[in-house]
Ligand binder design. Structure first.
Ligand SMILES: NC(=O)c1ccc[n+]([C@@H]2O[C@H](COP(=O)([O-])OP(=O)(O)OC[C@H]3O[C@@H](n4cnc5c(N)ncnc54)[C@H](OP(=O)(O)O)[C@@H]3O)[C@@H](O)[C@H]2O)c1
Length: 455
């Protein structure tokens, strides 16, 4: 016998999820990196939506000279000339600052934060000079500052130091962080060109600015070093505290002598934590030819880190360029967007790896106390006793010689004398070089390059 059927009941439907609203982005600056960012946004739109559960939308683009780019979906309705009104629009979630420079980037970032927007920037100059103010404002408001693209371009070094290496105590950071200088030095080394020629070639190839000062005098690397020091050692550092020396005075002759001694010359950004005393310096450095950093050529960047527990590790890749840099900007946007899509604010972790009140000012070791090995070159008149006179001044200043190289005896009036020294404090070296420069048998100023033998 058939069982009587239970009366039909309407089963309740599962609650329908409200559609997740798009994450809206205001872009400040649609130049090299900005355009790359929009390109990536369009190219990977479906993947981003799957990752986030929400779509990314462009709310507006501020740029003083931008024309519509239909293939990137930048119509004239999206373009404004001035970022001030754009960053405060209620529908904007994230402001991506790619103007570069200090102002109006600083004011707009602060206004965006005051209006409750998270900020992403690639601007190392801005963060190195005004970081305390901008990171402070973000922390106070519980908002995020993404700055992955500001150091190493496409090399994800910010996240690596802040998150992947957070469990270790870092001791030293050695960075090739300026692609312009690295390209110029590679051209000098590989093509045997003098500095001025190599710079002109980099400018023709778009690897150096018309005014290359910020790059070739080491200031850009110093800005980046400030951020690396904070992330690695948990202290605040300002660019004026970084000893900064660029590559202008390097000659092809010294690069060739360095090679003969088994070294490559690189512009290194170096930071060490000597039990609380921080070394922070940017200068041309001789690196053993067998070391990984010596093989980093052209516009590539690499950051070599030494930690107590992990030991050595190196992070390498495209240090600049439209699409590599755009990937780093996008990584920040996605991280923030993920939080926004889940209804949270901020990035969930302090931007610099430590809460702002826990970041102390760096106690920087004076350059005079820094100990290095050195390459020295003197142009000596070819007379008996010259080597002895130089060696005796070095000896009186506590500097001992590892090796001597002498070239071109005979026809010339002066000949280069090249010496490699053992470790000595910078103070001693300067005192010795002043005395040697005063010798009648030495012409011109002595040349020195610091050597980094052990990492
Ligand atoms: N390029 C790279 O490979 C790279 C790598 C790492 C980090 N970065 C950083 O990324 C940022 C952007 O660099 P970028 O190479 O993309 O620069 P860019 O090509 O010069 O682009 C900047 C854009 O913003 C516009 N702009 C600047 N200030 C403005 C203002 N006050 N009002 C309206 N428009 C303004 C510029 O217009 P105009 O052209 O008319 O001035 C330009 O279209 C910088 O902080 C840079 O240091 C760049």
């Amino acid at each position: 016998m058939a069982r009587p059927r239970a009366p039909r009941r309407n089963l309740p439907l599962p609650p329908r999820k409200p559609p997740v609203k798009p994450i809206r982005i205001a872009l400040l600056g649609c130049g090299t990196v900005g355009e790359g960012f929009v390109r990536l946004m369009r190219r990977n739109a479906a993947m981003f939506e799957r990752r986030l559960g929400a779509s990314l939308e462009l709310a507006g683009v501020a740029d003083r000279s931008l024309k519509p780019i239909p293939e990137l979906g930048i119509g004239k309705e999206l373009i404004v000339r001035d970022g001030a009104a754009l960053v405060e629009r209620p529908e904007v979630d994230i402001v991506v600052e790619l103007f570069g420079g200090h102002e109006p980037a600083r004011t707009l970032a602060l206004r965006a934060l005051a209006a409750g927007k998270d900020v992403v920037t690639a601007n190392k100059a801005l963060l190195a000079e005004h970081g305390a103010e901008i990171f402070g404002a973000a922390a106070k408001a519980g908002l995020a500052i993404g700055f992955e693209a500001s150091v190493g371009g496409g090399v994800p070094i910010i996240r690596t130091l802040r998150e992947a290496l957070a469990g270790d105590r870092q001791r030293a950071v050695y960075g090739i962080v300026n692609g312009t200088c690295n390209s110029i030095l590679s051209t000098m080394t590989d093509a045997g060109r003098e500095f001025a020629d190599a710079l002109a070639e980099a400018q023709r190839a778009g690897l150096a600015e018309a005014d290359p000062t910020l790059d070739i005098d080491g200031h850009d690397a110093a800005h980046k070093l400030c951020l690396l020091v904070t992330l690695a050692f948990g202290v605040r550092l300002e660019p004026r505290q970084v000893y900064t020396e660029g590559i202008r005075r390097l000659t092809l002759a010294d690069i060739n002598f360095a090679r003969e001694l088994g070294y490559a010359v690189k512009l290194l950004a170096i930071a060490k934590d000597d039990d609380g005393a921080i070394e922070a310096r940017v200068h041309p450095t001789m690196v053993p030819a067998r070391h990984l950093l010596a093989g980093v050529s052209g516009a590539y960047n690499a950051i070599f880190i030494h930690g107590d527990a992990l030991g050595s590790s190196m992070y390498f890749g495209q240090g600049a360029g439209q699409m590599p840099t755009a990937t780093a900007v996008m990584a920040d946007v996605l991280e923030i967007a993920r939080h926004r899509a889940a209804g949270a604010r901020g990035a969930g972790a302090p931007a610099l790896g430590y809460p702002m009140p826990h970041l102390k000012r760096a106690r920087v070791k004076p350059m005079d106390d820094v100990v290095c090995e050195y390459y020295l070159r003197f142009m000596a008149r070819d007379r008996p006793g010259v080597l002895g006179a130089i060696a005796s001044i070095l000896g009186r200043n506590g500097i001992s010689i590892v090796s001597v190289l002498q070239h071109g005896r005979g026809v010339e009036t002066t000949v280069p004398v090249i010496m490699r020294t053992h470790e000595a404090p910078e103070r001693n070296l300067k005192r010795a070089l002043r005395a040697i420069g005063g010798l009648k048998m030495v012409a011109g100023d002595p040349v020195y390059i610091r050597i980094q033998e052990r990492f």
